[in-house]
Design a protein. Structure first.
Ligand SMILES: CC/C=C\CC/C=C/CC(=O)SCCNC(=O)CCNC(=O)[C@H](O)C(C)(C)COP(=O)(O)OP(=O)(O)OC[C@H]1O[C@@H](n2cnc3c(N)ncnc32)[C@H](O)[C@@H]1OP(=O)(O)O
Length: 277
């Protein structure tokens, strides 16, 4: 994997990211024959790089390939961050080829997680902004820690960017048009209590969230697969087909938006502020 980095990237990359290059990025375990746990494990914040999203997709496919498995819990190895969303460094002065590839992988991640035959339970024990919220919303059921300082939502506008149209659609489908309109415009990050009120999450629990997530996975896994999957396809099929048809148009929109000089300056400033904290 390292050999694919440019010489400049190899010189400037932090030792922590270098060690990430050797990590598995996700861990899979099977607490019972019908249930898998997919743990995100990309320190420091589980951000979604090209390699991370590809790895999650590969892992979901691996889990799906066992016909006995009916439910998958998505969790984080980080005790206070579910996922910090897209890896912002992927959008900071990228090459066009890498940026387009990155976005195709993010699309595939959404399509794979949103359409899997598995029942998917998000165990959100920590912050879940932007792409983290996308991961959670792509699951069938969301359980979040009640810890008041945690935040979830789509904060893209705060970075000077916009959510893609399909993420906007997912947000509208999940929380309704008016709440989505305000939430997207303001780049609003909700507390767990607020997230429950608008049904962005289904349940709040005191940590550890995983214990309840495993119980819910058991319940979902007990529903006969054929009918459960048929109803999932009925509800999600149209959105999946729409993006399948518009993938390259969406890649072009993303590339043109991100490569704009003003947007690049905004991303640079956002990254600097994050590192200064
Ligand atoms: C046309 C446009 C189309 C599509 C738009 C694309 C859609 C984008 C959606 C996204 O997902 S954009 C990413 C949005 N994510 C965020 O804004 C989250 C930013 N991060 C945070 O708010 C915080 O890091 C945190 C609340 C998640 C955790 O806080 P804390 O525990 O205090 O950690 P640090 O802030 O100190 O972060 C540690 C370390 O990690 C780096 N980092 C954080 N988030 C990201 C990220 N998303 N991508 C890359 N790197 C990130 C941060 O800079 C720190 O790095 P150091 O080197 O300074 O240690």
């Amino acid at each position: 994997m390292l050999s694919r980095l440019s010489p400049l990237a190899q010189r400037t990359i932090s030792p922590r990211l270098l060690s990430n290059a050797q990590r598995t990025l996700v861990n899979i375990s099977y607490p019972s024959p019908k249930i898998a746990v997919l743990e995100l494990d990309r320190p420091p914040v589980n951000s979604l790089s090209l390699e991370m999203s590809a790895k999650i997709v590969e892992s979901i496919k691996e889990i799906e390939s066992n016909p006995e498995v009916q439910a998958m819990v998505l969790k984080s190895s980080n005790p206070k961050i579910f996922s910090a969303g897209l890896d912002i460094t992927e959008m900071n002065r990228p090459t066009v080829a890498r940026l387009e590839d990155f976005w195709r992988n993010i699309q595939t991640l959404f399509l794979t997680l949103y359409s899997t035959r598995l029942s998917t339970i998000a165990s959100i024990d920590g912050h879940s902004p932007a792409g983290g919220c996308l991961l959670a919303m792509s699951c069938d059921y969301r359980i979040m820690s009640a810890t008041p300082s945690y935040k979830i939502g789509l904060n893209e506008t705060k970075l000077g960017i916009a959510a893609p149209y399909w993420l906007k659609d997912l947000f509208v489908t999940t929380i309704g048009y008016r709440e989505a309109e305000v939430g997207l415009a303001l780049g609003k990050l909700y507390s767990p209590k607020e997230a429950l009120e608008i049904k962005l999450v289904d349940e709040l629990v005191d940590s550890p969230v995983i214990d309840v997530a495993l119980k819910r996975a058991d319940e979902w896994a007990s529903i006969p697969e054929k009918g459960r999957v048929a109803s999932k396809v009925m509800l999600r099929g149209a959105m999946i087909q729409d993006l399948e048809e518009k993938r390259e148009m969406d890649v072009g929109w993303f590339r043109d938006f991100i490569m704009e000089e003003g947007v690049q300056k905004g991303i640079e400033g956002y990254l600097k502020n994050l590192s200064k904290k």
